[in-house]
Design a protein around this ligand. Structure first.
Ligand SMILES: [Zn+2]
Length: 484
């Protein structure tokens, strides 16, 4: 969708384009290649400490750039995770937090910002929730659906519950990396003179786990059982109580999908190198959410906000501005990617986002940053929000009227929820939660929602009083944490 001419931020973007165009008609900023690998949990990449060599290509890119160790998604599923990546806003502000909601036309996306600055903008996607029906095509000169069932998709199909269900099932068995890759190669060969902002969505790590040979046997060549990675989510026999050997095989197939996808990252890197573009391209590898592999008794994603589903990788390579091999331990969030890319590209800092640029970490590990990440899930009957720092993670589980936090230093796997908010850590967790919600409220006051979708879901707002934030009757957190 074309950007609205009435957007307040269009002036900023135009100013940026003017600055870049001082010497010629084409802007001279660096290229940006943003790769989102769907469903990729950070702790299954070798550069994030996983013992298996799942990601040699990403490891190398990380060793030549910056890796953010504690990077969190805004949510635990595809639609809101990407909407936050594209807008620098949390789910309850950008509004695309559930099926039936979309990024409003008034959203000011990464692609729109680069397009307004004179960039060529292309997107290639391969999963149903990246469809233009959800507002993701805004700002792209071209936005190509690389799914095998693309011809069956239109906006009505995405919004019809039955068709939506059927398409989702088809998407799970789809193999799309080769299609995305050949579309990228074709585009790269015919690109023009302008710098580019290109988005590649690599879908295949998303269940089902059906990597092609040799990746299907790479991490578990001796398995003799009958369990496969097909129908991972819908098959009830694949569960936390299944035999351990079979469970490990399923996880090996997930890892095989990661290795298969990493092999495409290597090809893409080689393409950039061959075209002489690698050094002048800001290369970003990230994800939209992680994946639960029975960590808390469940599987898949879009069910909880535990770390296995919100902790995602962020690796950025841009030798002109970023150090080699830097690892940043600060708490960061997917909202931060948009302002980071604008700063690295020399464009003006955005005033209409809640993310904070990570570029200062290149020179200063103590750079100013909120050091908290907000994640939300308001879908499939869930209505919850977490605020995470390096020391705590507080859950406001509105749907279950439960409030608890984890001491991440003592309990990094989030096994024992705490409800005593009178402790020093409990008080800090509540203070951090309150600060983040106040930031969101202040943002909404300064930037009133321009679409019906862009409001804090009812219930989330009402529950803020549990922490004494609103003027309503104060309630003490009372419910026990989940037993898992
Ligand atoms: Zn996803």
């Amino acid at each position: 969708m074309p950007p609205s001419t009435t957007k307040p931020a269009a002036g900023l973007a135009a100013l940026a384009a003017t600055a870049l165009c001082a010497c010629s008609h084409a802007p001279k900023g660096p290229n940006v290649l943003l790769i989102s690998i769907d469903s990729l949990r950070a702790d299954h990449l070798s550069c994030y400490g996983y013992p298996r060599a799942t990601t040699p290509a990403i490891d190398r890119i990380a060793s030549e750039g910056m890796l953010f160790e504690q990077h969190m998604s805004s949510s635990s599923w595809t639609l809101p995770g990407h909407a936050s990546l594209f807008t620098g806003l949390p789910d309850s502000i950008h509004g695309a937090f559930d099926t039936g909601h979309k990024l409003p036309d008034a959203a000011h996306t990464l692609a729109e910002r680069f397009q307004a600055a004179g960039y060529a903008t292309q997107g290639f996607f391969a999963g149903p929730y990246l469809h233009p029906a959800f507002g993701f095509a805004q700002g792209f000169d071209s936005y190509l659906d690389c799914a095998s069932y693309a011809s069956e998709l239109d906006a009505s199909a995405m919004q019809d519950p039955q068709q939506n269900k059927e398409l989702n099932q088809k998407s799970h068995s789809d193999i799309t990396n080769p299609t995305v890759y050949s579309a990228w190669q074709k585009w790269l060969a015919g690109r023009g003179e302008k710098p580019f902002f290109t988005f590649l969505h690599l879908w295949d790590v998303h269940f089902d786990y059906i990597p092609p040979a040799p990746f299907d046997k790479q991490f578990d060549p001796d398995y003799q059982g009958s369990v496969t990675g097909r129908n991972f989510f819908s098959d009830p026999s694949i569960n936390a109580s299944m035999p351990e050997r079979d469970k490990q095989h399923v996880i090996s197939l997930y890892d095989g999908e990661i290795a298969w996808t990493d092999s495409f990252v290597q090809k893409i890197r080689e393409d950039l190198e061959r075209a002489g573009l690698l050094e002048n391209t800001i290369l970003v590898i990230t994800s939209d959410h992680g994946e639960e592999l029975f960590d808390h008794g469940g599987k898949g994603h879009r069910m909880t906000l535990y770390d296995e589903v919100i902790h995602i990788p962020l690796v950025v390579r841009y030798p002109a501005s970023l150090p080699k091999g830097a690892r940043i331990h600060a708490q960061t969030a997917s909202l931060d990617v948009l302002p980071t890319l604008l700063e690295l590209a020399g464009l003006p800092a955005p005033t209409d986002v809640l993310g904070t640029s990570l570029a200062p970490f290149a020179h200063d590990p103590a750079a100013a940053h909120p050091r908290r990440a907000v994640s939300e899930l308001a879908s499939v009957g869930r209505n919850m929000r977490t605020v995470r720092s390096l020391e705590y993670k507080l859950y406001d589980d509105v749907a279950r009227d439960a409030h608890y936090y984890f001491d991440l230093a003592q309990d990094p796997l989030e096994k024992s929820g705490l409800t005593d908010f009178e402790t020093e850590l409990g008080q800090r967790a509540v203070a951090g939660y309150t600060t983040e919600v106040q930031r969101m409220e202040a943002f909404l006051n300064a930037h009133p929602p321009q679409a019906q979708e862009s409001v804090i879901p009812e219930g989330v707002r009402g529950q803020l009083e549990h922490f004494g934030y609103t003027e309503g009757e104060s309630k003490q957190p009372a419910k026990a944490p989940p037993p898992k």
